[in-house]
Design a protein around this ligand. Structure first.
Ligand SMILES: NC(=O)c1ccc[n+]([C@@H]2O[C@H](COP(=O)([O-])OP(=O)(O)OC[C@H]3O[C@@H](n4cnc5c(N)ncnc54)[C@H](O)[C@@H]3O)[C@@H](O)[C@H]2O)c1
Length: 354
């Protein structure tokens, strides 16, 4: 148990857009964290961002940040292909890790991250922050307490073609460095997979968080120019049948949510464009009470709640609500299976070995 008032000293790797728009403010607002360090190899960016969100220390070199004995934990806020390497280096240095989603870009490297986390005895959490949306957390608890064995699960994540109109209005002015490392084979050249992993990691994590493991999928992809729409029928380990819809992007407002049916109740959820920091609208019906139940969810800052949850696990031993390395790996296995099923037209069982 942490001493009263103890704070997790967090360092952020990457001063790019996601750090500026989400993590730095979240850490500074968190009740149990302090912004100890910021690291970016683009020094002009590092200093400009540090002027807005002042850390105790700045570093241009990641290994130097990791060598800081006062640093407890690292937020990995860099491009997807760099996640696993950065996370493992932090674990090897004895630091806890909150890594942006997806955990990695291949199943093999996610297995490495999972094994490294297990061997390190440190906390690794994946940044699928919707788990810290109060409405989503309510839905999960309600499903467990009231809804009984599940038989049907629908979840959808449909980006909006007006997304940047919304985010430009909501986010702070963002700066970019000119030297962000890009691994060989620019991920954005395989745009289909890049979108599947980047957006689908949220959808699959949400479905698993609410309804448990997915054991098989049968998917279809429809492409119309820049529109990509994956529909995946899925089988849950508990026997429920499911349908996931990942569409980038629908010609309308942001469209994200879920419907979960059980033998003793149901839960419906509507989620909003994340940058509004607005808790989902969730309603659960319980046969036991004969009533609908609806939380207020006044605290919509799920990025702040995410880092507070991460710190509470480390400082106070609170069970990890955020996605574990195992969850990050499982999400990647499902996304890989969706990709393969859409390419071949056949049902794909999720690999569990390794
Ligand atoms: N949770 C969400 O909803 C959400 C939303 C948007 C983006 N993201 C995630 O955020 C990540 C991308 O973040 P971004 O757009 O800010 O990335 P970016 O690549 O634009 O910026 C990363 C910064 O990190 C620095 N950097 C990278 N490796 C470094 C190293 N080894 N040493 C020092 N500096 C280093 C770069 O110089 C760059 O300035 C992706 O994983 C994406 O999936 C998550």
């Amino acid at each position: 148990m942490a001493a009263e008032g103890e704070r997790l000293r967090v360092g952020v790797l990457g001063a790019g857009p996601i750090a500026q728009a989400a993590h730095l403010e979240a850490i500074r607002k968190a009740r149990n964290c302090e912004l100890h360090a910021l690291c970016d190899r683009t020094e002009a960016l590092l200093h400009a961002v540090a002027a807005i969100h002042p850390p105790a220390r700045t570093f241009a070199d990641y290994d130097e940040m990791l060598a800081d004995p006062e640093l407890d934990a690292v937020v990995v806020a860099v491009a997807d292909q760099l996640h696993v390497d950065a996370a493992i280096r932090a674990l090897d240095a004895g630091k806890h890790v909150l890594v942006e989603k997806p955990l990695g870009v291949t199943v093999a490297e996610c297995v490495r991250a999972r094994d490294a986390a297990a061997a390190s005895g440190r906390v690794l959490q994946v940044g699928t922050m919707r788990r810290f949306d109060e409405g989503v957390a309510f839905a999960r608890d309600f499903i467990r307490a009231e809804v009984g064995p599940l038989f049907g699960v629908k979840a959808w994540y449909c980006d909006s073609s007006y997304r940047y109109t919304m985010t430009d209005a909501l986010q702070p002015l963002l700066r970019r460095g000119d030297a962000a490392p890009r691994p060989p084979g620019d991920p954005t050249t395989d745009r289909r997979r890049y979108l599947l992993l980047g957006h689908g990691s949220h959808l699959v994590d949400m479905a698993r968080f609410l309804a448990g493991d997915i054991v098989a999928v049968q998917a279809r992809l429809v492409e119309r120019g820049e529109i990509r729409s994956w529909f995946a029928a899925c089988e849950f380990a508990g026997g429920a049948s499911g349908h996931l819809d990942l569409t980038v992007a629908v010609r309308m407002d942001w469209h994200e949510g879920f419907q979960v049916y059980g033998e003793e109740g149901s839960v419906l959820g509507r989620m909003f464009q994340p940058w509004y920091l607005r808790t989902s609208e969730v309603e659960g019906f319980s046969v036991r009470t004969g009533q609908y139940h609806r939380p207020l969810g006044a605290d919509g800052h799920f990025w702040r709640r995410q880092i507070e949850g991460f710190a509470a696990t480390i400082l106070d031993g609170v069970p990890q609500q955020g996605a574990t390395a195992e969850d990050g790996l499982a999400a990647l296995r499902v996304l890989d299976a969706i990709e393969r099923s859409a390419a071949t037209g056949v049902r794909v069982a999720i690999e569990t070995a390794g």
